[in-house]
Design a protein around this ligand. Sequence first.
Ligand code: ATP
Length: 827
Amino acid sequence: MPSADNTDHDIPQVDAFATLLKNALNHAQSIKTTSSIEPPLTKADFDKLLAQLPTIFPCASPGYTSNNLGAEKARQYAVVETAARNVFSGLVAGTPIDSPEFVQIWNLFDFLSVLSDGEQCDPALLFWLVEELLDSQTNEGCRKIFDFLESRREQIIAQNLKQKQLVILRSCNDLLRRLSRAEDTAFCGRVFIFMFQCFPLGDRSSVNLRGEYHVENVTTYEETPVEPDDSADKMAVDSEADSGKDGKEDNKATTKAVSFDAKNKPAAEKPLDTNALYPIFWSLQHQFSQPTTLFDSAQLAKFKSGLEATMTAFETVDKLQRSTKGSDESKVTPQKRKHPEGDEDLRSSTNNPKYLTSRDLFELEIGDLYFRRHILIQAFIVLDFLFSLTPQAKAKLASIKLQNRSVNYGDQKLGDEDTKWARAMKERITNYIQAENDGYFFYRVVESVISRDKNWVRWKVESCPPIKRDPIAPADFNEARASAKRIATNKRLRAVPMGSLSLDFLKEEDTESAMEKLKEPERWKLPDLHVFKEKIETDDLDLDFAKNEKERSEILEAKASKTWRALRIARRSKLAAFDKVDDWQKVDAIFEDHSTPEPTQDEATGEKQVPEDKRPIVLTGPSKVGKSALASMLLERRKDVFGQVVRHTTRSPGDGEVDGQDYHFVDSKAFNTILDGDYFLEYSTRDGFDYGTSRKVAEALEESGKVPIIELDREGIQMAKDNGYNARFIFISPPTTEELEARLKKAGVSEEHVQSALQAAEEDIEHSKSEGQYDTIITNDDVEEAYKSLEAFIYGSAGEANGVNGDDAAAGDDVPMKDASNGDDAS
Ligand SMILES: Nc1ncnc2c1ncn2[C@@H]1O[C@H](COP(=O)(O)OP(=O)(O)OP(=O)(O)O)[C@@H](O)[C@H]1O
């Protein structure tokens, strides 16, 4: 809006409004006595003055109509602006921002804001003046103006934002251009936040849709090559490179090698000296500021070598700093600049260049961790730019219909080699950053900022689709609410919801008896399973008499419900019975009464009785004497105390044999591995198959707190003993040969094998009598008695049972094995 900015005007309206404005300011001063920004003045504060507006501008009266209203309004806006600018310039010219009188400007702004909201002035007028004010102030003054803007932000953007946003954006961007991101980081942040809060999230006005780079962002540095200089005043210098060159100084040798030049590094990794690195390092800024130059392969190659050289230098300087930390840190770490008094003013008013690129400062700069990080973040951003050119990244964008070609670079692709390089470089930089003390946290911040930025880039590639969703129309909302209500509301509400018991009794006068009723077991106890049994039986009966299909399906439905509830109750105690249920219509199995199994001894006593002597128990004896029977009794009755050591075998499982329960069925290779590892405490071969008892299995049981039970034949025992296996060895003896023969036959052993088995049994029994062979011998006549003897021995009271200990057995006190034919003692 062009303003009539001629102060020497002849426009009575301008004078009249200027007078009103001055009155308004005087009035404001009388009601707001403080000189601070707060509190804001509102419409109510200026009501009387606003009432005078129609006397100056007829079009300002509420019900005013005219054919020429547009032109009249435009004239009013111009007059208001002219007068406001005059008053504003007069105030700004003579009032420093930190003087108490400056409150007049804040009051003027408040008044203009009220006028703008009442459509009595151009909506953008306030910000035009703010823009001018920002231009006229130092950075410090701008902070104050921002105090004002932040405090009035909501009011400013509440109305007519469209007319204001361009000037808001322009003045904020102008201000940001003046501020140093490094020195005025916090203030820059405030300006950004102000902008973000003024504009809706998806506003495209500040989006760089054409993907233009800030081409004026040029980093200048000394490009002239440095002359050889050996003067003593150089910063930490290592003249290694010069030595031994016989005075013939090639380009590299003549330049000074900086102190971080590692001496024993391989040539490829050797860092460049500072003078050689200087132009390479600063030339990277060109690609950092304009990544599209990397589309040129020569530029990309230059960038790659430059970044590599920089990283090598950074890594070296870092290593050196660590090794010299505490001793001569000052050599490589720049001293903090001491700011003179009044530093704040100095900093805020100085227009800081982005980087100081003097050659003399270079070594100090790269000795500074924060500087290095700064550069590496730039590298990260550019590497991510390169990644966006890979075919994989392009494929991700392929689904976007409306692509913004300006930021997509569809015709540019990063080759495999370059992608590989970029990945390796990113990893190298990541590792480098993370290596520092707080590097991990720093890296996380950088990473999350960059990954968020990727979302914005994608949004730009998608041509900035609107983020804002249209509000739902009240009609749609009401309809949705009504239908949700329809679905969720049961029209036929029962007095007592299905499956719930009536709570009517709570209404009774006597609260005590009501509470008692609440405690009745049927209110909280699960129904008895058998109740359902009867009901299901009744349903079954009813099904037989159903008159038609409808009735039948109703009964079936009722039965299904009861069956379901019965199954739910049964799952608590009769889960095993579920195996027998194949058809939901026949669930009788869950109603069957299985008498509870006899509790084990330990269960009966409620405690686990562990023998004092916890060594493994090894049972041996003739075939079919009852070793397994006794072992099983022990394992069943004291299952928490004993555990069976299951043998390994290379034979295949027989009918009904379960791997891990009867044997560990393994192949020859696995068996031999255990054998080679010397993990079998005994092993043997029978019928071409290997059998072995794993020491590991026994040890695992012991570790779990159990006493291992092992069944072995005589040879097995011998081998275990030879291997130094420390266990208690028990021989189970048959009462008579006749009885053993009977058991063999009963077990289905063929006649010819019975005889050989009996023969072997004779030998075993004979052998068992040799002194010290076994810790005890137990005769298995009556199996319960034999079990008692076994238990007594294991628990250390062998004398009380029928069994005998080894000594007694040797002495022949055991029940002897009688010869079935002559009835004589076999012993
Ligand atoms: N005291 C006993 N009285 C009668 N029968 C018994 C007695 N002890 C075990 N038996 C029966 O003898 C048969 C063989 O028992 P078991 O399998 O326990 O012998 P084993 O010594 O483990 O044989 P193998 O060494 O061949 O495995 C089984 O049918 C078992 O029920």
